[in-house]
Design a protein around this ligand. Structure first.
Ligand SMILES: NC(=O)c1ccc[n+]([C@@H]2O[C@H](COP(=O)([O-])OP(=O)(O)OC[C@H]3O[C@@H](n4cnc5c(N)ncnc54)[C@H](O)[C@@H]3O)[C@@H](O)[C@H]2O)c1
Length: 250
């Protein structure tokens, strides 16, 4: 079978590239000819990702919850490459807690990392995506389309990412920009491997969104991100694509 090179000549900006789904995306885009601008708050992880890639790569330590840092990172990407074709907003954190126990600091942190980051980076990227007729892929979650016990803050941020995705898609469709979201269920990454919940939770409330069979791998998520951002999906805009083995089907 001929090797697929869908991103030759393209520049792809990825957050969360030090681990899990972001790293898997970096590897897949590199294999398909893209030049990469990789960001994460975890410098050592970014270095690990970069060392495995045989393409032009720039890395940047970035706290995605900081507006100015996001604006500067997009500007630096443009200065280095002169173009931006795909923005992948992948960085994120999860939290499990009783709704009534979340404090203001934890709320602000998850909103900043999971939601505000998507706004900051997309806002800075839009003028450049207009030039390239490029696109945005946001990592939302099935937690953004179905309510879940003990993860209310996470669900709220991911639902907002879904609506931000659809709104951007509509507003910029005529400018040639697409914006889509991927909504995974469980994916085997450090995010779920670190999962811990309060001792006294009622697990029967969580059975509704447990995987129906095996969990996805980071590569499964990367496959969908690459598809959504490729020309093969040129008529797909404003979707929140489930990648959950059927969990959210009914
Ligand atoms: N793993 C799953 O089951 C699952 C399911 C649905 C959605 N998602 C979403 O997929 C995305 C990637 O998650 P993952 O599973 O690969 O987790 P992961 O923990 O492996 O990767 C997340 C990355 O985000 C980075 N990050 C965290 N805070 C940051 C900050 N302030 N600034 C910059 N980078 C920061 C981390 O350093 C890490 O490299 C997240 O948005 C997550 O919510 C994951």
């Amino acid at each position: 079978m001929a090797r697929s090179i869908r991103f030759e000549g393209k520049v792809v900006f990825i957050t969360g590239a030090a681990s899990g789904i972001g790293r898997a995306c970096a590897e897949r885009y590199a294999a398909e000819g893209a030049r990469l601008y990789l960001c994460d708050i975890n410098e050592a992880g970014l270095d690990d990702t970069q060392s495995s890639l045989a393409t032009e790569v720039h890395t940047r330590v970035l706290n995605v919850s900081q507006s100015g840092e996001c604006r500067d990172a997009i500007a630096d990407c443009i200065e280095r490459y002169g173009q931006l074709d795909v923005l992948c907003n992948i960085a994120g954190i999860a939290m499990t807690h009783h709704f009534h126990d979340i404090d203001d600091e934890a709320w602000d942190r998850i909103v900043g990392i999971n939601l505000s980051s998507v706004m900051y980076l997309s806002r800075a990227a839009i003028p450049h995506l207009k030039e390239s007729r490029g696109n945005i892929v946001n990592l939302a979650s099935i937690a953004g389309v179905m309510g879940q016990a003990y993860t209310s803050a996470y669900c709220a941020t991911k639902a907002a990412v879904v609506m931000l995705t659809k709104s951007i898609a509509l507003e910029y469709a005529k400018a040639g920009i697409r914006c889509n979201a991927l909504c995974p269920g469980g994916v085997q990454t450090p995010l779920v491997q670190k999962f811990s919940a309060p001792d006294d939770i009622d697990f029967t409330l969580m059975s509704r969104y447990m995987p129906l069979n095996d969990m996805a791998e980071a590569d499964d998520a990367a496959n969908s991100v690459l598809f959504l951002s490729s020309d093969e999906a040129r008529h797909i805009n404003g979707v929140a694509l489930p990648l959950d083995g059927g969990v959210s089907a009914g």
